[in-house]
Structures are given as C-alpha cells and as structure tokens.
Design a protein around this ligand. Sequence first.
Ligand SMILES: *Cc1c(COP(=O)(O)O)cnc(C)c1O
Length: 354
Amino acid sequence: MDIKVTRVAKTGTRPKDADLGFGTAFTDHMFVMDYSVDKGWHDPRIEPYADFSMSPAAMVLHYGQAIFEGLKAYKTPDNKIQLFRARDNFARMNRSAKGLCIPELDIDLVMGALKQLVKLEENWIPETLGTSLYIRPTIIATDPFLGVRSSFTFKFYIILCSVGAYYAEGFNPVKIWVAKDHVRAVRRGVGEFKTAANYAASLSAGEHAKKEGYAQVLWLDALEMKYIEEVGAMNIFFIIKGELVTPNLSGSILPGITRYSVIDLAKKWGMTVSERKISIDEIFTASEDGSLTEVFGSGTAAVISPVGEIRYGDRVINIGDGMPGKTSMKFYDALTGIQYGKEQDTENWIEVVE
Ligand SMILES: *Cc1c(COP(=O)(O)O)cnc(C)c1O
C-alpha cells in the first residue's frame, strides 16, 4: 500500500530541550489510516497534525473501544535515529486489538509508516540525554451509533511529540501509595490490554494518592486485595535477598516491554529472576527484616523509576535512604545506553530509521 504524503505549508519549531515537558509538544505531521468492513485497513496517509472531525455519536466516545501504544525514537551521538523494540509494541497492539474486537494491523505496513513519519519529523527529535520523540499509535471506534456492539469502522493514527527528560530533578525515587479501596483490573478482563478503559478505572485512586502526597498508585489484585500487580503506567520490581522479583503476568497486568527487557538483562547478568505472586505483606516483612534492598518501576516513559517509599494504610516503609539503588541505576544505564546508541545493541532491540 502506498502512503500518500501531504506536507504542512510551514513547519513548527521544537521547544528548547530544557523547556520540554511530556505530552504537549506535538510534531507537524501524523499518520492516519481508516478501516471499514469492505475495504479493511485502507487509505494510509501522512498529513498535517490537525483536529479530527467525527460524529458526537462516535462509538469510542461512549463505549471506550480504544487501544493505544507508547514507544520512543532516540537520536544517537552520531545522529542516527533509533527505535527501541517497536515491532514488539505493534505485536502487543494486535493482542490488545483482539481483546477489544478491533481489526488487527499489518505490522510491516505500520512499521514502514512509522519509520517514514519519524524520518519526516527528524527535526523534532531532541538530542540531550533523557529527551526523545514519544510515539503514540492509537485505534478508535468511529461508527456513529448509540448501542453497544463492536464498531464496523475504525481509525488508526500515530502522533508524535518531543519529550523532555522524565526526571527534572534527576533520578529521584518516587513515593507510591497502595490502593486499598480501588482496583485497576481483574483477571479475564481487559487489564492486560493497553486500552483507555484501564486508565479511566485508575483516575479516582490516582487523585486519592495525589491528595496524600504520593506520585503513583500501587495496585493489588482485585480478588483478594493481597498480591501486588503494578504501578500506574509501570511494572514493578523488587530486589529481595539479592533476587530480582516481579509479579507474574496474571492476566490483569500489562505486559510491559521495558519489563521484558529488564528480565532479559538480569538473566544475562546472572541474577536470579523470579516472576511470581508477591503479597504486600511479604514486602513489609522483607523491609522489616532488611532483605528488601531496592524497588523500582519500569516503563517506556521513565524507563526505570526508583521507588523510595511505599504507603499501605497506616503503614509506611522507606527503601534505601532516599537514593536510587545500585541495581536500579545499572538497569537504567544499560537500557538508556542501548536506546541512545551509546552501548552495543547485544539483544537486537534496536531498529535504525534510515
Ligand atoms: C504501557 C504500560 C506499562 C509499561 O509498558 P512498557 O511497554 O514498558 O512501556 C505498564 N503498565 C501499564 C498499565 C501500561 O499501560
């Protein structure tokens, strides 16, 4: 399929690297493609970034049939553009599509489209370490219909934005708040898919956490409210007695690509890795007996995010004297080293955009 390209008359200017936030500095162009039952995915095009026009009855606005992805493109010191595990993001998008009754994408087609779009927007990729081009592929249901069923028409699009270093004040540990009265997702539901609904379900707990002075919510399993699942938009890791421990993918946890990458590196480094059920009580006990040495989150936005405090009801634990742990730093350095082309891509995770 040929991609039709319509360019903007005048390109915008990227904010200075130091002024970049997260999710506001959108680039000049976007990729768009439509789906209908007759034509399948069709009319792939790159066009100026602009508002969509759609019916107020569009099904996505009422019934939440929407999925998305999040990945990044990086500039290397020798000016190459690198994508990190992008095919894995589209493979996950196809799993989310299946879960939400959305037609799957041709991965080669969307990879080609993404590369063409990123190349066109090369000037929007910031260069300072920690900055990058954030990529947001999205699919929404567009039938103008009030009634619950799966839509017959969809729109797929990719938008891009220049994003700043996630850590304005450095690599500081975050404080997380364990939700006792809210759940994010339940097994056999949509928790393992990257769908808008999971975020809608998380907002109320997020506001509670913020009021208490916590940056993120740590979710427990919805059935027993006992086992740890994940944090906000990150998966979670613990180092207990030197072993790397993370919740197993139970069906209600988002299978993070950064999570897989951390596990792969840890195994390569000879660490013992255990994907298993971890109760919140186990974490408090391990903190009390001194065997819990580090906690960190993993996700595309921040890559690795050290956790310095966990609050569960009236109980609070502090991890590692307010400083990021040694192993958390090692994962951060290894992953960003590969992403920014400073370290050799021994795992074959990089795809260069030419
Ligand atoms: C996207 C996401 C993650 C992290 O996934 P990555 O592929 O590592 O970016 C974790 N949890 C949730 C709920 C997410 O939506």
